[in-house]
Design a protein around this ligand. Structure first.
Ligand code: 13P
Length: 254
């Protein structure tokens, strides 16, 4: 049985003070929980403060990105060494990184390797754009992204990855995929590719989230799907009560 995993990607929102207030409100709204993993991913400047606000909490902490090198002349970048011990998770290859900041499959692959070198648990994002979706290219494209990202990743490492299937056209649009479609892409394409690269057992072990306009009122539709193991939530994770409601919907629909 895969344990569900709900992560909140706060993107470029919230000052340090606002981040601390948000995570405190979220802790309170959620209360004690068991049966799923939960994490928040604030912007870099807020990581340390949010870590502090999460003392004695089961809620994990993630970064939204990192460079693959340990240190060096990379102005403006943050390294895996800097995140080690501070974060549990790191989001890698989010579509906004890929489309707005030119991240390639090769860079995503290097970041994945770096995450394992430094004991960070990666959340690998994949997903097609609207044009590819309309052209019937989703399976080939998403399968290709998974394949490229996992180049040289051992089976032991692959088992620890969370993959987030986030169709780009569903991100921030209020138009999510249907639970059925997301379930099919995750089951056939994401797990299918994992089975191909490794084996069936591994494909059934890896947690795969859905992301893209997940809200309290549609969370149950996704969480009740057999192939979907949680969500990577953007906008709705910025409101403590909404994000707590999504976690609760997850626990009630497994
Ligand atoms: P929204 O939930 O705002 O659509 O964002 C999804 C996302 O990109 C999470 O990484």
């Amino acid at each position: 049985m895969r344990k569900p995993f709900i992560a909140g990607n706060w993107k470029m929102h919230k000052t340090v003070e606002e981040s601390t207030a948000l995570v405190k409100a979220f802790r309170e709204a959620l209360g004690d929980f068991s049966g799923c993993d939960v994490a928040v991913c604030p912007a870099f400047p807020a990581l340390a403060a949010v870590r502090g606000a999460l003392t004695d909490s089961a809620i994990g902490l993630g970064a939204q990105n990192m460079h693959w090198e340990t240190q060096g002349a990379f102005t403006g970048e943050v390294s895996p060494l800097m995140l080690q011990g501070l974060c549990d998770y790191v989001i890698i290859g989010h579509s906004e990184r890929r489309t707005l900041f030119g991240e390639t499959d090769d860079m995503v692959n290097q970041k994945l390797h770096a995450a394992f070198d430094y004991g960070l648990k990666p959340i690998l994002c994949v997903g097609e754009n609207l044009e590819q979706n309309k052209a019937g290219e989703t399976e080939a494209f998403v399968g290709g992204q998974v394949r490229a990202a996992l180049k040289g990743i051992t089976a032991e490492q692959a088992r620890q990855i969370t993959i987030a299937y986030e169709p780009i056209w569903a991100i921030g649009t209020g138009v999510p995929a249907t639970g059925e479609d997301a379930n099919r892409i995750i089951g056939q394409t994401v797990r299918g590719t994992l089975a191909n690269l490794y084996d069936d057992d591994l494909a059934q072990t890896v947690r795969v989230q859905y992301g893209g306009s997940v809200k309290p009122d549609n969370a149950a539709e996704f969480m009740s799907q057999p192939e979907i193991d949680g969500a990577l939530v953007g906008g709705a994770s910025l409101k403590a009560s909404d994000f707590a409601a999504i976690v609760k919907a997850t626990l009630e629909n497994r």
